[in-house]
Design a binder for this molecule. Structure first.
Ligand code: ADP
Ligand code: MG
Length: 251
């Protein structure tokens, strides 16, 4: 069963066509990496998938619930509020620059949405948040503020915060690219550990060895299109000229 389907997605900024008829589907439990040069539309694709950006055309479907579809005049219409709310519960997004709330402690950052958006019970949310912090190796940072954390610790808090909403699918937009190289490993390790939890993941990354290792499927994007996709073996040994030229730059 497909958890996410994007069909014929188009998006332009001003006159620049950033996503040109992109179709992709993600199965439950699947780990998909998206690789490609800077400016190829990877972030825009994730932003359309998570409705931070409105598509110009195409379909966005989560578990058979349509978030957006293509009208005859090419304008995307989004689902009604109730359906959108249901759909928004399906996914979480982890950004490149963490986006933690600076005025809240680590624990408050994690508990905020479960308490105020999901209106869940405080004790239960607290217990779960502490479990998540433990999983991230950050139990001792519960009371710390974001400014007191390293980049790697901040990103692990951001991952815990996304997981606190129990998403079916987690999107990562270059989760390690704002980190010093020595901190990248600790974040990749945490993402790897999520694979064991059967969380479906879509990961935009420049960490090629990681993508090769963790993914069920790799998608190579360039200039707003999917140039090719396949198993890591297929994509990393591709004879496609554009794929080879991109991968060549990553040694
Ligand atoms: P990637 O994540 O692959 O580096 P992006 O999706 O961020 O690529 O950007 C693709 C193209 O869209 C770039 O040329 C970028 O400048 C442009 N773009 C992205 N967001 C906006 C925006 N909000 N307004 C105008 N142009 C944008
Ligand atoms: Mg990007």
């Amino acid at each position: 069963m497909y958890l996410l389907e994007m069909n014929h997605v188009r998006k332009s900024f001003n006159s620049q066509e950033v996503l040109k008829d992109i179709s992709l589907s993600v199965k439950e439990g699947e780990i998909v990496s998206i690789i490609g040069p800077s400016g190829s539309g990877k972030s825009t694709l994730l932003r359309c998938a998570t409705m931070l950006e409105q598509m110009d055309g195409g379909e966005l479907i989560y578990l058979k619930e349509k978030a957006a579809w293509n009208e005859a005049d090419g304008v995307s219409t989004y689902a009604d509020k109730e359906t959108l709310k249901k759909i928004q519960k399906h996914y979480g997004l982890v950004f490149q620059n963490f986006h933690l709330f600076p005025h809240m402690s680590v624990l408050q950052n994690i508990m905020d949405a479960p308490l105020h958006v999901q209106k869940r019970n405080k004790e239960e949310v607290h217990e779960e948040a502490m479990k998540l912090l433990k999983k991230m190796g950050l139990e001792d940072k519960a009371k710390a503020y974001p400014c007191q954390l390293s980049g790697g610790q901040s990103q692990r808090v951001a991952i815990a915060r996304a997981l606190a909403l129990n998403p079916k699918i987690l999107f990562f937009d270059e989760p390690t690219s704002a980190l010093d190289p020595e901190l990248t490993g600790e974040v990749l390790k945490v993402i790897r550990s999520l694979a064991d939890l059967q969380i479906t993941m879509v990961i935009v990354t420049h960490e090629m060895a990681f993508a090769r290792d963790i993914s069920d499927r790799v998608i190579f994007m360039a200039d707003g299109i999917i140039v090719e996709e396949g198993t890591p073996e297929e994509v990393f040994s591709s004879s496609n000229v554009r794929t080879q030229s991109f991968l060549g730059r990553y040694g």
